[in-house]
Write a protein that binds this ligand. Structure first.
Ligand code: AVI
Length: 310
């Protein structure tokens, strides 16, 4: 783990663009800060998705066959997963996948208490690479993938395609896939969502440097970096950057790096979609969008997809 963080940070410092994969934002503190972000007034995606799910749970449940096994990419937010599982007709079991064993165990315990009598099979997996499902799954008739939060938007287009293809294989014939996507909108709404007045997202972003200093014995001067959220139209996305306010010298792993004032570390991309655009992306991976639900302002959408033969 540490070796990979080191490889990724060294590669980012050596290459122009200075891009660090966003998965490294989520250490213990980063996960706590992200949870705090989801409750900020300006960060609309979480509460909007929850309200869409709440409003349409019965319609969603109606298209999921009885005895389906629910496979969630991520360890599950009790605000989204428990209501879904309660609404489904006799779900056969629930498989939360997460890269953090500790986080997964805690989330599985909470879920067991919220939905008693449902077989829960937590499984440590990194869904940014190819992954498997646990052995000894309960008998089931079909599989429902669940990937809320527009987390797919944090993947590159290439990785998003690979993930959708992999899920197609893993979830099998006739599978359903319920997925949340953040829709493209005015930068006047998007920028404050990723650069909140409370400064929580700035702390979330800067925490990456705290992590790198701690785990890799580096000496990033936090005071020299400013959090910035940038909107781009093509493809629609927000990028998070840590911008050098003055020339910065960093020592790490026996190497020294110089960053100029105005240069930045690119720490996350969050793609924003149109429903048509995402439908096309899904079709390339043999998924067809069968149902779609969105809020009144079309900020966020929840899509039900069905697998089609290769
Ligand atoms: C986890 N992911 C969907 C969030 C997003 O909106 O892209 C991560 C995040 N970064 C800053 N704020 C939220």
């Amino acid at each position: 783990m540490t070796q990979t963080l080191k490889d990724d940070v060294l590669a980012a410092l050596r290459e122009p663009g200075h891009r660090i994969p966003s998965t490294w934002l989520y250490d213990q503190r980063g996960s706590e800060l992200f949870e705090a972000i989801t409750r900020l007034p300006s960060y609309y995606p979480t509460r909007t998705e929850i309200s869409i799910l709440d409003a349409h749970l019965a319609d969603i449940a109606a298209v999921v066959p009885t005895d389906s096994l629910v496979v969630e990419l991520g360890s599950g937010s009790s605000r989204k997963t428990a209501p879904l599982l309660r609404a489904l007709e006799q779900p056969a079991g629930y498989v939360p996948l997460d890269i953090s064993a500790a986080y997964l165990a805690e989330a599985a315990e909470t879920l067991r208490a919220q939905v008693p009598n449902l077989p829960v099979h937590p499984w440590v997996a990194d869904f940014t690479t190819a992954f498997d499902l646990p052995p000894d799954l309960p008998a089931h008739t079909g599989r429902l993938g669940f990937f809320p939060g527009s987390t797919i938007g944090n993947l590159t287009a290439e990785n998003a395609h690979a993930l959708l293809r992999h899920c197609h294989t893993l979830l099998g014939d006739g599978a359903r896939f319920l997925l949340g996507i953040d829709l493209d909108k005015s930068p006047e709404v998007l920028i404050p969502a990723y650069d909140d007045p409370e400064g929580v997202t700035a702390e979330f972003n800067r925490n990456l440097l705290v992590r790198i200093n701690r785990e890799l014995d580096a000496n990033f001067d936090l005071a020299a970096f400013r959090h910035e959220a940038r909107y781009f139209e093509d493809p629609p996305r927000i990028e998070m950057h840590l911008v050098c306010e003055r020339p910065v010298s960093v020592q790490m792993a026996g190497e020294s790096f110089e960053l100029e004032a105005g240069e930045s570390l690119h720490t996350e991309t969050s793609h924003k979609y149109s429903i048509a655009g995402f439908t096309a992306l899904a079709a390339e991976a043999d998924w067809v969008v069968s149902h779609q639900w969105h809020d009144a302002e079309s900020r966020f959408a929840v899509l039900m997809m069905q697998s089609t033969p290769d």
